[in-house]
Design a protein around this ligand. Structure first.
Ligand SMILES: NC(=O)c1ccc[n+]([C@@H]2O[C@H](COP(=O)([O-])OP(=O)(O)OC[C@H]3O[C@@H](n4cnc5c(N)ncnc54)[C@H](O)[C@@H]3O)[C@@H](O)[C@H]2O)c1
Length: 412
Protein backbone atom coordinates (compact mmCIF):
# COMPACT_ATOMS: atom_id res chain seq x y z
CA UNK A 1 0.00 0.00 0.00
CA UNK A 2 1.57 3.28 -1.08
CA UNK A 3 1.55 6.00 1.58
CA UNK A 4 -0.57 8.98 0.52
CA UNK A 5 -1.60 10.64 3.74
CA UNK A 6 0.74 11.14 6.69
CA UNK A 7 0.42 12.66 10.15
CA UNK A 8 3.50 14.19 11.76
CA UNK A 9 3.26 14.94 15.48
CA UNK A 10 5.60 17.70 16.68
CA UNK A 11 6.39 20.71 14.48
CA UNK A 12 9.88 21.34 15.91
CA UNK A 13 13.25 20.84 14.23
CA UNK A 14 12.64 17.25 13.17
CA UNK A 15 8.85 17.22 12.75
CA UNK A 16 8.88 20.22 10.40
CA UNK A 17 11.71 18.66 8.40
CA UNK A 18 9.89 15.33 8.17
CA UNK A 19 6.65 17.06 7.10
CA UNK A 20 8.57 18.90 4.37
CA UNK A 21 10.14 15.62 3.24
CA UNK A 22 6.82 13.76 3.08
CA UNK A 23 5.02 16.61 1.31
CA UNK A 24 7.99 16.91 -1.06
CA UNK A 25 7.44 13.22 -1.82
CA UNK A 26 3.86 13.98 -2.86
CA UNK A 27 2.02 13.00 0.35
CA UNK A 28 -0.72 14.99 2.04
CA UNK A 29 0.56 15.84 5.52
CA UNK A 30 -1.20 16.83 8.73
CA UNK A 31 1.35 18.55 10.98
CA UNK A 32 0.35 18.71 14.65
CA UNK A 33 1.80 20.52 17.64
CA UNK A 34 0.36 21.60 20.98
CA UNK A 35 -0.16 25.28 20.16
CA UNK A 36 -1.09 27.20 17.03
CA UNK A 37 2.12 29.22 17.46
CA UNK A 38 4.27 26.09 17.38
CA UNK A 39 2.46 24.85 14.27
CA UNK A 40 2.88 28.22 12.55
CA UNK A 41 6.58 28.33 13.48
CA UNK A 42 7.06 24.87 11.99
CA UNK A 43 5.23 25.68 8.76
CA UNK A 44 6.94 29.11 8.62
CA UNK A 45 10.32 27.37 8.82
CA UNK A 46 9.38 25.09 5.93
CA UNK A 47 8.18 28.10 3.91
CA UNK A 48 11.48 29.94 4.50
CA UNK A 49 13.52 26.87 3.54
CA UNK A 50 11.53 26.50 0.31
CA UNK A 51 11.76 30.25 -0.43
CA UNK A 52 15.55 29.94 -0.26
CA UNK A 53 15.41 27.07 -2.75
CA UNK A 54 13.25 29.16 -5.09
CA UNK A 55 15.60 32.16 -4.75
CA UNK A 56 18.57 29.95 -5.65
CA UNK A 57 16.75 28.62 -8.70
CA UNK A 58 16.56 25.10 -7.29
CA UNK A 59 12.77 24.98 -7.13
CA UNK A 60 9.86 26.51 -9.06
CA UNK A 61 7.59 28.85 -7.11
CA UNK A 62 4.64 26.74 -8.28
CA UNK A 63 6.20 23.58 -6.82
CA UNK A 64 6.83 25.40 -3.54
CA UNK A 65 3.20 26.49 -3.38
CA UNK A 66 1.98 22.99 -4.23
CA UNK A 67 4.20 21.45 -1.53
CA UNK A 68 3.00 23.94 1.09
CA UNK A 69 -0.57 23.32 -0.03
CA UNK A 70 -0.18 19.65 0.90
CA UNK A 71 0.65 20.53 4.55
CA UNK A 72 -2.23 21.19 6.92
CA UNK A 73 -1.48 22.42 10.46
CA UNK A 74 -3.53 21.32 13.48
CA UNK A 75 -3.34 21.42 17.27
CA UNK A 76 -5.30 18.30 18.27
CA UNK A 77 -4.62 14.60 17.72
CA UNK A 78 -8.17 13.69 16.75
CA UNK A 79 -10.31 13.10 13.69
CA UNK A 80 -7.33 11.92 11.66
CA UNK A 81 -9.17 9.01 10.07
CA UNK A 82 -7.72 7.56 6.94
CA UNK A 83 -3.95 7.97 7.25
CA UNK A 84 -1.47 5.25 6.34
CA UNK A 85 1.43 6.51 8.45
CA UNK A 86 1.83 8.62 11.61
CA UNK A 87 5.33 9.82 12.55
CA UNK A 88 5.91 11.10 16.07
CA UNK A 89 8.70 13.69 16.56
CA UNK A 90 7.94 15.27 19.94
CA UNK A 91 10.02 15.70 23.12
CA UNK A 92 12.28 12.79 24.05
CA UNK A 93 10.18 11.67 27.01
CA UNK A 94 8.82 8.13 27.25
CA UNK A 95 5.69 9.05 29.21
CA UNK A 96 4.69 11.84 26.82
CA UNK A 97 5.43 9.71 23.76
CA UNK A 98 3.38 6.78 25.10
CA UNK A 99 0.45 9.10 25.71
CA UNK A 100 0.65 10.43 22.15
CA UNK A 101 0.79 6.89 20.76
CA UNK A 102 -2.37 6.08 22.73
CA UNK A 103 -4.06 9.12 21.15
CA UNK A 104 -2.87 8.11 17.69
CA UNK A 105 -4.18 4.59 18.18
CA UNK A 106 -7.57 5.98 19.13
CA UNK A 107 -7.93 8.25 16.09
CA UNK A 108 -5.96 6.77 13.17
CA UNK A 109 -7.40 4.01 10.97
CA UNK A 110 -6.57 0.58 12.42
CA UNK A 111 -4.12 -0.32 9.68
CA UNK A 112 -2.11 2.92 9.99
CA UNK A 113 1.54 2.36 10.91
CA UNK A 114 2.68 4.37 13.94
CA UNK A 115 6.35 5.40 13.78
CA UNK A 116 8.60 7.18 16.26
CA UNK A 117 11.59 9.35 15.39
CA UNK A 118 13.14 8.74 18.82
CA UNK A 119 16.94 8.90 19.02
CA UNK A 120 17.46 7.26 22.37
CA UNK A 121 14.32 5.55 23.67
CA UNK A 122 13.47 1.94 22.95
CA UNK A 123 10.86 1.54 20.25
CA UNK A 124 9.49 -1.47 22.18
CA UNK A 125 8.98 0.68 25.28
CA UNK A 126 7.07 3.30 23.28
CA UNK A 127 5.01 0.50 21.69
CA UNK A 128 4.03 -0.62 25.20
CA UNK A 129 1.39 2.14 25.18
CA UNK A 130 -0.41 0.66 22.16
CA UNK A 131 -2.71 -2.41 22.08
CA UNK A 132 -1.31 -3.68 18.77
CA UNK A 133 2.47 -3.21 19.18
CA UNK A 134 3.00 -4.77 15.74
CA UNK A 135 2.06 -1.49 14.08
CA UNK A 136 4.76 0.51 15.94
CA UNK A 137 8.23 0.96 14.41
CA UNK A 138 11.16 3.38 14.61
CA UNK A 139 11.70 5.75 11.69
CA UNK A 140 14.83 7.67 12.59
CA UNK A 141 15.60 10.68 10.40
CA UNK A 142 18.75 12.79 10.60
CA UNK A 143 18.97 16.54 10.98
CA UNK A 144 18.25 18.39 8.70
CA UNK A 145 15.65 15.83 7.62
CA UNK A 146 14.98 17.28 4.14
CA UNK A 147 18.72 17.13 3.35
CA UNK A 148 20.16 14.07 5.08
CA UNK A 149 19.42 10.98 3.01
CA UNK A 150 19.50 8.32 5.74
CA UNK A 151 16.51 6.85 7.55
CA UNK A 152 17.13 4.11 10.12
CA UNK A 153 14.12 1.80 10.22
CA UNK A 154 14.01 0.23 13.68
CA UNK A 155 12.28 -3.03 14.44
CA UNK A 156 10.84 -3.12 17.94
CA UNK A 157 10.29 -6.51 19.59
CA UNK A 158 6.86 -6.89 18.04
CA UNK A 159 7.04 -4.69 14.92
CA UNK A 160 5.30 -6.46 12.04
CA UNK A 161 6.94 -7.00 8.66
CA UNK A 162 4.07 -5.06 7.10
CA UNK A 163 4.81 -2.02 9.27
CA UNK A 164 8.57 -2.23 8.65
CA UNK A 165 8.06 -2.60 4.92
CA UNK A 166 5.61 0.29 4.77
CA UNK A 167 8.02 2.78 6.38
CA UNK A 168 10.92 1.42 4.32
CA UNK A 169 8.94 1.98 1.10
CA UNK A 170 7.75 5.41 2.25
CA UNK A 171 11.34 6.46 2.98
CA UNK A 172 12.39 5.27 -0.49
CA UNK A 173 9.48 7.04 -2.15
CA UNK A 174 10.59 10.27 -0.45
CA UNK A 175 14.08 9.89 -1.91
CA UNK A 176 15.68 8.59 1.28
CA UNK A 177 18.06 5.69 1.84
CA UNK A 178 16.52 3.34 4.42
CA UNK A 179 18.60 0.89 6.47
CA UNK A 180 17.29 -1.65 8.98
CA UNK A 181 18.55 -1.52 12.58
CA UNK A 182 17.70 -3.37 15.76
CA UNK A 183 16.18 -1.68 18.80
CA UNK A 184 19.52 -1.17 20.59
CA UNK A 185 21.13 1.94 22.16
CA UNK A 186 21.99 4.56 19.52
CA UNK A 187 20.81 2.22 16.73
CA UNK A 188 23.62 2.38 14.10
CA UNK A 189 24.82 5.96 13.60
CA UNK A 190 24.57 7.34 17.12
CA UNK A 191 26.49 4.32 18.42
CA UNK A 192 29.21 3.84 15.79
CA UNK A 193 29.95 7.59 15.60
CA UNK A 194 30.74 7.86 19.33
CA UNK A 195 34.45 7.12 18.83
CA UNK A 196 34.79 10.07 16.46
CA UNK A 197 33.81 12.48 19.24
CA UNK A 198 34.99 10.65 22.35
CA UNK A 199 38.54 9.83 21.26
CA UNK A 200 38.93 13.43 20.03
CA UNK A 201 37.79 14.71 23.43
CA UNK A 202 40.10 12.29 25.26
CA UNK A 203 43.09 13.37 23.15
CA UNK A 204 42.26 17.01 23.86
CA UNK A 205 42.05 16.20 27.59
CA UNK A 206 45.33 14.26 27.51
CA UNK A 207 47.09 17.17 25.81
CA UNK A 208 47.93 15.13 22.69
CA UNK A 209 46.92 18.12 20.53
CA UNK A 210 44.57 21.10 20.35
CA UNK A 211 41.08 21.31 18.90
CA UNK A 212 42.14 22.69 15.52
CA UNK A 213 44.98 20.19 15.09
CA UNK A 214 42.72 17.22 15.83
CA UNK A 215 40.09 18.53 13.41
CA UNK A 216 42.74 19.14 10.74
CA UNK A 217 44.21 15.62 11.07
CA UNK A 218 40.81 13.98 10.56
CA UNK A 219 39.99 16.17 7.56
CA UNK A 220 43.40 15.94 5.93
CA UNK A 221 44.26 12.26 6.39
CA UNK A 222 40.74 10.86 6.61
CA UNK A 223 39.05 13.30 4.20
CA UNK A 224 36.19 13.73 6.69
CA UNK A 225 34.18 16.80 5.67
CA UNK A 226 34.32 18.19 9.20
CA UNK A 227 36.53 17.48 12.19
CA UNK A 228 34.98 16.12 15.42
CA UNK A 229 35.02 19.48 17.24
CA UNK A 230 33.58 21.37 14.27
CA UNK A 231 30.85 18.76 14.00
CA UNK A 232 30.02 18.84 17.74
CA UNK A 233 29.73 22.64 17.48
CA UNK A 234 27.38 22.30 14.51
CA UNK A 235 25.19 19.59 16.04
CA UNK A 236 25.09 21.37 19.41
CA UNK A 237 27.15 20.24 22.38
CA UNK A 238 24.02 19.70 24.48
CA UNK A 239 22.47 17.40 21.85
CA UNK A 240 25.74 15.51 21.28
CA UNK A 241 26.41 15.15 25.02
CA UNK A 242 22.87 13.91 25.69
CA UNK A 243 23.30 11.23 23.00
CA UNK A 244 26.66 10.20 24.49
CA UNK A 245 25.14 9.89 27.98
CA UNK A 246 22.13 7.96 26.76
CA UNK A 247 24.11 5.46 24.65
CA UNK A 248 26.62 5.00 27.51
CA UNK A 249 24.00 4.40 30.20
CA UNK A 250 21.84 2.11 28.08
CA UNK A 251 24.84 0.06 26.97
CA UNK A 252 25.87 -0.85 30.54
CA UNK A 253 28.45 1.95 30.89
CA UNK A 254 31.42 0.48 29.01
CA UNK A 255 34.63 2.57 29.28
CA UNK A 256 34.86 3.12 25.52
CA UNK A 257 31.51 4.95 25.48
CA UNK A 258 32.05 7.06 28.59
CA UNK A 259 31.09 10.72 27.98
CA UNK A 260 33.82 13.30 28.55
CA UNK A 261 33.92 15.95 31.30
CA UNK A 262 35.20 18.64 28.90
CA UNK A 263 31.96 18.39 26.97
CA UNK A 264 29.80 18.29 30.13
CA UNK A 265 31.54 21.43 31.47
CA UNK A 266 30.94 23.34 28.24
CA UNK A 267 27.27 22.36 28.25
CA UNK A 268 26.96 23.55 31.87
CA UNK A 269 28.51 26.90 30.90
CA UNK A 270 26.04 27.26 28.03
CA UNK A 271 28.78 27.01 25.40
CA UNK A 272 26.70 24.87 23.06
CA UNK A 273 28.50 25.47 19.75
CA UNK A 274 27.37 27.53 16.77
CA UNK A 275 23.86 28.09 18.09
CA UNK A 276 25.16 29.89 21.21
CA UNK A 277 28.12 31.58 19.51
CA UNK A 278 30.70 29.60 21.52
CA UNK A 279 31.67 25.95 21.79
CA UNK A 280 35.05 24.44 20.96
CA UNK A 281 35.37 27.40 18.61
CA UNK A 282 34.15 30.98 19.01
CA UNK A 283 31.93 32.35 16.26
CA UNK A 284 32.25 36.06 17.04
CA UNK A 285 34.59 37.05 14.25
CA UNK A 286 34.56 36.59 10.48
CA UNK A 287 35.87 33.03 10.85
CA UNK A 288 35.79 30.60 13.81
CA UNK A 289 38.67 30.76 16.31
CA UNK A 290 39.64 28.11 18.86
CA UNK A 291 37.85 28.74 22.16
CA UNK A 292 38.95 25.72 24.20
CA UNK A 293 42.68 25.38 24.76
CA UNK A 294 44.22 22.21 26.15
CA UNK A 295 47.76 21.66 27.42
CA UNK A 296 49.06 20.52 24.02
CA UNK A 297 51.95 18.61 25.51
CA UNK A 298 52.03 16.24 22.54
CA UNK A 299 52.80 12.56 22.94
CA UNK A 300 55.81 10.38 22.34
CA UNK A 301 54.87 6.97 21.06
CA UNK A 302 56.83 3.87 21.99
CA UNK A 303 58.53 2.01 19.14
CA UNK A 304 55.87 -0.68 18.68
CA UNK A 305 52.90 1.70 18.92
CA UNK A 306 54.64 4.09 16.54
CA UNK A 307 55.18 1.27 14.01
CA UNK A 308 51.58 0.11 14.34
CA UNK A 309 50.28 3.68 13.83
CA UNK A 310 52.42 4.20 10.75
CA UNK A 311 51.57 0.80 9.25
CA UNK A 312 47.84 1.47 9.76
CA UNK A 313 47.89 5.11 8.60
CA UNK A 314 49.78 4.18 5.39
CA UNK A 315 46.89 1.92 4.35
CA UNK A 316 43.91 3.72 5.89
CA UNK A 317 44.58 7.38 4.97
CA UNK A 318 42.45 8.54 2.03
CA UNK A 319 44.57 11.57 1.16
CA UNK A 320 47.18 11.86 -1.59
CA UNK A 321 50.49 10.14 -0.78
CA UNK A 322 52.43 13.43 -0.60
CA UNK A 323 49.95 14.72 2.02
CA UNK A 324 50.42 11.56 4.09
CA UNK A 325 54.19 11.81 3.72
CA UNK A 326 54.10 15.39 5.04
CA UNK A 327 51.90 14.48 8.04
CA UNK A 328 53.54 14.44 11.46
CA UNK A 329 53.51 11.35 13.65
CA UNK A 330 50.99 13.05 15.95
CA UNK A 331 48.67 13.71 12.99
CA UNK A 332 48.90 10.03 12.04
CA UNK A 333 48.28 9.01 15.65
CA UNK A 334 45.20 11.26 15.98
CA UNK A 335 43.74 9.97 12.73
CA UNK A 336 44.53 6.30 13.41
CA UNK A 337 43.39 6.25 17.03
CA UNK A 338 40.07 7.88 16.16
CA UNK A 339 39.43 5.74 13.12
CA UNK A 340 40.17 2.39 14.79
CA UNK A 341 37.77 3.32 17.62
CA UNK A 342 35.04 3.85 14.99
CA UNK A 343 35.93 0.66 13.11
CA UNK A 344 35.97 -1.37 16.32
CA UNK A 345 32.56 -0.02 17.35
CA UNK A 346 31.22 -0.91 13.90
CA UNK A 347 32.59 -4.45 14.39
CA UNK A 348 31.03 -4.67 17.84
CA UNK A 349 27.68 -3.45 16.48
CA UNK A 350 27.86 -6.05 13.72
CA UNK A 351 28.62 -8.74 16.31
CA UNK A 352 25.66 -7.56 18.40
CA UNK A 353 23.35 -7.97 15.39
CA UNK A 354 22.51 -4.26 15.22
CA UNK A 355 22.46 -4.35 11.41
CA UNK A 356 24.08 -6.01 8.42
CA UNK A 357 27.61 -4.92 7.55
CA UNK A 358 26.34 -3.30 4.36
CA UNK A 359 23.71 -1.30 6.28
CA UNK A 360 26.25 -0.20 8.91
CA UNK A 361 28.52 1.14 6.17
CA UNK A 362 25.64 2.81 4.30
CA UNK A 363 24.36 4.40 7.53
CA UNK A 364 27.71 5.96 8.41
CA UNK A 365 28.19 7.33 4.90
CA UNK A 366 24.67 8.65 4.40
CA UNK A 367 23.74 9.58 7.98
CA UNK A 368 26.93 11.35 8.99
CA UNK A 369 28.86 11.88 5.74
CA UNK A 370 31.79 9.56 6.46
CA UNK A 371 33.96 9.28 3.36
CA UNK A 372 33.86 5.47 3.54
CA UNK A 373 31.88 2.86 5.47
CA UNK A 374 33.93 1.80 8.53
CA UNK A 375 33.73 -1.95 7.84
CA UNK A 376 34.75 -1.63 4.19
CA UNK A 377 37.43 0.85 5.30
CA UNK A 378 38.72 -1.64 7.90
CA UNK A 379 38.91 -4.31 5.23
CA UNK A 380 40.80 -2.14 2.76
CA UNK A 381 43.20 -0.91 5.48
CA UNK A 382 43.84 -4.53 6.45
CA UNK A 383 42.30 -6.34 9.41
CA UNK A 384 45.73 -7.47 10.57
CA UNK A 385 47.05 -3.88 10.79
CA UNK A 386 43.84 -2.76 12.50
CA UNK A 387 43.95 -5.57 15.07
CA UNK A 388 47.61 -4.94 15.77
CA UNK A 389 47.04 -1.21 16.35
CA UNK A 390 44.05 -1.92 18.60
CA UNK A 391 46.19 -4.25 20.71
CA UNK A 392 49.02 -1.71 21.11
CA UNK A 393 46.54 1.08 21.89
CA UNK A 394 44.85 -1.17 24.42
CA UNK A 395 48.20 -1.70 26.15
CA UNK A 396 48.62 2.09 26.34
CA UNK A 397 45.35 2.64 28.28
CA UNK A 398 44.15 1.32 31.63
CA UNK A 399 40.45 0.89 30.86
CA UNK A 400 40.64 -1.78 28.14
CA UNK A 401 38.53 0.28 25.74
CA UNK A 402 40.50 -0.67 22.62
CA UNK A 403 40.00 -4.43 23.11
CA UNK A 404 39.43 -5.68 19.54
CA UNK A 405 35.91 -6.86 18.79
CA UNK A 406 35.17 -10.55 18.45
CA UNK A 407 37.14 -12.01 15.54
CA UNK A 408 34.28 -14.25 14.49
CA UNK A 409 31.90 -11.47 13.49
CA UNK A 410 34.23 -9.21 11.57
CA UNK A 411 37.53 -10.90 10.90
CA UNK A 412 39.74 -8.61 12.98
N1 LIG B 1 17.25 17.25 16.74
C1 LIG B 1 17.87 16.22 16.21
O1 LIG B 1 19.01 16.32 15.70
C2 LIG B 1 17.19 14.87 16.17
C3 LIG B 1 17.61 13.92 15.22
C4 LIG B 1 16.92 12.70 15.14
C5 LIG B 1 15.89 12.45 16.01
N2 LIG B 1 15.51 13.38 16.93
C6 LIG B 1 14.34 13.06 17.81
O2 LIG B 1 13.20 13.72 17.27
C7 LIG B 1 12.31 14.08 18.32
C8 LIG B 1 12.02 15.57 18.27
O3 LIG B 1 13.25 16.27 18.37
P1 LIG B 1 13.37 17.80 17.91
O4 LIG B 1 14.82 18.11 17.92
O5 LIG B 1 12.58 18.02 16.66
O6 LIG B 1 12.65 18.53 19.13
P2 LIG B 1 12.03 20.00 19.18
O7 LIG B 1 12.09 20.41 20.59
O8 LIG B 1 12.63 20.88 18.13
O9 LIG B 1 10.49 19.78 18.76
C9 LIG B 1 9.58 19.03 19.53
C10 LIG B 1 8.18 19.57 19.25
O10 LIG B 1 7.23 18.67 19.79
C11 LIG B 1 6.16 19.44 20.33
N3 LIG B 1 5.42 18.62 21.29
C12 LIG B 1 5.77 18.26 22.53
N4 LIG B 1 4.80 17.49 23.08
C13 LIG B 1 3.83 17.37 22.14
C14 LIG B 1 2.56 16.72 22.11
N5 LIG B 1 2.13 16.03 23.17
N6 LIG B 1 1.82 16.81 20.99
C15 LIG B 1 2.27 17.50 19.94
N7 LIG B 1 3.45 18.14 19.91
C16 LIG B 1 4.21 18.09 21.00
C17 LIG B 1 6.85 20.65 20.95
O11 LIG B 1 5.95 21.70 21.15
C18 LIG B 1 7.93 20.95 19.90
O12 LIG B 1 7.47 21.85 18.93
C19 LIG B 1 12.96 13.58 19.61
O13 LIG B 1 12.47 12.30 19.90
C20 LIG B 1 14.45 13.51 19.24
O14 LIG B 1 15.14 12.57 20.02
C21 LIG B 1 16.12 14.60 17.02
Amino acid sequence: MAVQRVVVIGAGTMGAGIAQTAAGGGCDVVLIDVTADAVERGIGGIRSALDRRVDRGKMDAADRDALLGRIEGRTAIEGLGDVQLAIEAIVEDLGVKRKVFGQLEATCSTDAVLATNTSSLRVSDIAGGVADAGRVVGMHFFNPAPVMPLVEVIAGRESSDRALNLVTEAARAWGKVPVRASDTPGFIVNRVARGFYLEALRMLGEGVAGVDKIDAAMKTLGTFRMGPFELMDLVGLDVNYAVSCSVYEQSGEPARLQPHDIQRDLVEKGHLGRKSGRGFYSYDGPSPTVDVRGDERGISLGGELSDAVNRFAECAALCESDVLAAATEIDRYIFSRTLVAIMNEAGLALGDGVATGADIDTAMQRGTNYPKGPLAWAKSAGHERLASLLRFLNESVTDGRFAPCDKGSTGF
